[in-house]
Design a protein around this ligand. Structure first.
Ligand SMILES: Nc1ncnc2c1ncn2[C@@H]1O[C@H](COP(=O)(O)OP(=O)(O)OP(=O)(O)O)[C@@H](O)[C@H]1O
Length: 650
């Protein structure tokens, strides 16, 4: 029977791959040695795959279950070869995996680069694994030979990273993948010589020590021949012998005792496994025995990945059973608000071929999940109380996830509220917890005040802040768009309700002198007809007009009542195209401001004159602008201001 062979083809890389290769060739990384880690990690993944699938289909092993990764440096051909007896790839898989970039992360990386239009910095690169392509940092030519189990023939793929590659069928006896790197001159002669066994040995120790399969290399030994008594024979030529050594210790890091692991080992394991360039912020390593038995190694990263809040991005914890990999991202182990936690769980209680469906219903999984959640929260509480700068740096990156947790996961509300931090008027640089805020509250203050806005300077200048500032009342500042939803969901903290400075009655009764209150009440009575007239002029735009007791030097402000949504929420919802939600708008006027006197004068002169209508409109639009809301008719507003300016010149 003649076998149809696929002829050698030269193909072009996908445009994005070319771009990535170009970056690799012109070296974006400073530490190019990581190429070895990337290729070994791919080899180990491929062995994981075949090992896992062979549990249900032993034929895949083709009688060879001595899993291994082999490194062969060759000075004569200037090549470094990395082989594995893993899953290999079919023709289609090579084209799919190696010629194109399927990973959305890498695509996003390239898009970000374009956006920046500068050379990429280490920080950006570190967020994205570049995997196989990193080989082109050190190699002038990469040859890949691979055969998937059960396939009669293998595939030979080759490229110099110039935009094209060749692909053809070839013979390959052993299942798996062999990658031959023809090293660039600088990496086979200079200081960084990747043909030196010593260099390779230490790189494996540094980056890949925990890899579960033996990483082997031949070592040539020279020995003086010995006589029958075991004494070296003088003057004889030394004999060379070759011995295979295993370069990695293979024990998974998490299986060792805590006191045997250095911080460096934890860090490099993390960076390697979770493709981060930065050391983690915090490490939680625990072993449990009892109702369930498991080891968990969790990390709080130092920085949020670019896609943390992307709905499509999957989070989750790696699952192992007796050191054997089961699943990449098990989502049922941690609640969604802890989606930033990276790590793994190894438990003998799981069977290797457990399906996702079964797993979801597994009692053990639920129990482990509960414990993990508890220990992450405990760690965060400890950080908050014992290492505030570290907690604040955590908060800066992941605080939003916890805030979202408060409003989207009502069961977790109580667990999370103590961990929340906000900027406040108390200090210009630090953040405050709700506990700290309540601790500083004077006895007479009944509620926790908060103000929403885009940043500190705009919130501090809000007219609604004036009175509170004067009274020295602390106000929480909510700059993040999720903040108000979080506060709304909480409703209260330690029996103190939250009160927006832009909503309803400020409840300052106990802080306010009885005279001031009286003053506002009598002024409201006195100006009742004027207030009524303004309300009518602005009907449809506002629900009420009131004499303000919160304004000191500003003329006007907009507030909403205590029911329904607030003005800032209205804006967020409008951006989300949920326009039907409208906040009630109450216009508050400062009776002690000269604009109020001018308004009164115009009204007294002729309430039906155009001037009074214009004044009402101008006041309303000013109040909108202060809230950062554009008026419906900016041209009309500008014309009215111009008219007024020209008038005052007369
Ligand atoms: N030694 C190998 N054996 C089998 N398949 C491999 C091997 N190396 C790479 N591949 C395949 O090529 C794909 C692309 O590899 P690459 O290293 O670029 O990305 P990755 O491993 O998926 O991602 P990352 O490196 O970020 O973890 C892999 O997903 C895998 O399917």
């Amino acid at each position: 029977m003649t076998q149809e062979t696929k002829p050698k083809q030269t193909r072009e890389f996908q445009a994005e791959t070319k771009q990535l290769l170009d970056l690799m060739v012109h070296s974006i990384y400073t530490n190019r040695e990581i190429f070895l880690r990337e290729l070994i990690s791919n080899a180990s993944d491929a062995i994981d795959k075949v090992r896992f699938e062979s549990l249900t289909n032993s034929a895949l092993l083709e009688g060879n279950s001595d899993f291994e990764i082999f490194l062969v440096p060759d000075e004569t051909t200037h090549t470094l070869t990395i082989s594995d007896n893993g899953m290999g790839m079919t023709y289609e898989e090579v084209v799919e995996n190696i010629g194109t970039i399927a990973k959305s992360g890498t695509k996003a990386f390239l898009a970000k680069l374009k956006e920046k239009e500068t050379s990429p910095d280490q920080e950006l690169i570190g967020q994205f694994g570049v995997g196989f392509y990193s080989a082109f940092m050190v190699a002038e030519k990469v040859t890949l030979l691979t055969r998937a189990p059960g396939e009669a023939r293998g595939i030979r793929w080759e490229s110099t990273g110039d935009g094209t590659y060749t692909i053809e069928e070839c013979d390959k006896e052993q299942r798996g993948t062999t990658i031959i790197l023809t090293l660039k001159e600088e990496f086979r002669t200079g200081e960084e010589n990747f043909l030196h066994t010593y260099t390779l040995q230490s790189l494996v120790k540094k980056y890949s020590d925990y890899i579960r399969y033996p990483i082997k290399m031949n070592f040539t030994k020279e020995e003086q021949p010995k006589d029958a008594d075991g004494k070296p024979i003088e003057g004889s030529d030394p004999i060379q012998t070759v011995e295979v050594r295993i370069l990695n210790s293979m024990t998974p890091l998490w299986a060792k005792n805590k006191n045997e692991i250095t911080r460096e080992e934890y860090d490099s394991f993390y960076k390697d496994m979770f493709h981060d360039w930065e050391n983690p912020l915090e490490i939680i390593h625990s072993k449990a025995e009892g109702t369930v038995e498991y080891t968990s190694l969790l990390y709080l990263p130092a920085r949020a990945p670019f896609d943390l809040y992307d709905r499509d991005a999957t989070s989750g914890i790696r699952l192992y059973s007796k050191h054997i990999f089961i699943m990449e991202k098990c989502q049922d182990l941690l609640p969604d608000y802890l989606r930033f936690v990276r790590g793994l769980v190894d438990s003998p209680d799981f069977s290797l071929n457990i399906s996702r469906e079964l797993l979801q219903h597994s009692k053990q999984l639920k129990l482990i999940g509960k414990n993990l959640e508890k220990s992450v929260l405990k760690t965060l509480e400890n950080l908050l109380s014992k290492d505030r700068p570290k907690y604040e740096s955590f908060w800066k990156e992941f605080g939003q996830a916890l805030k979202i947790g408060v409003y989207s996961d009502y069961q977790s509300r109580d667990k999370l509220k103590g961990l929340l931090l906000f900027p406040s008027s108390h200090s210009t640089d630090g953040l405050t917890s709700l506990d700290e805020y309540v601790g500083r509250m004077p006895e007479k203050q009944k509620v926790i005040y908060y103000a929403t806005g885009k940043d500190r300077s705009s919130v501090e200048r809000l007219p609604q802040m004036e009175l509170l500032k004067e009274k020295g009342v602390e106000v929480l500042f909510l700059f993040d768009r999720v903040d108000e939803f979080t506060i709304d969901a909480l409703q209260e903290f330690k029996e103190k309700k939250f009160q927006s400075i832009s909503r309803g009655d400020l409840q300052l009764d106990d802080l306010e002198s009885p005279e001031a209150k009286q003053d506002a009440e009598s002024l409201s009575k006195e100006h009742e007809p004027l207030l009524q007239a303004v309300k009518e002029k602005l009907s449809g735009k506002i629900t009420d007009v009131k004499i303000s007791s919160r304004l000191k030097s500003s003329a006007v402000c907009l507030v909403s009542d205590n029911n329904g949504i607030s003005l800032s929420m209205e804006q967020i919802l409008a951006e989300m195209n949920k326009a039907p939600f409208k906040a009630s708008r109450i216009l508050e006027l400062n009776p002690h401001h000269e604009v109020f006197a001018a308004l009164k004068k115009v009204y007294d002169a002729d309430p039906s004159a155009e001037a009074f209508t214009d004044y009402c409109d101008l006041l309303y639009t000013q109040a909108l602008l202060i809230e950062g809301i554009l008026p419906d008719d900016p041209i009309g507003f500008a014309n009215k201001v111009a008219k007024l300016m020209a008038y005052s010149e007369k």
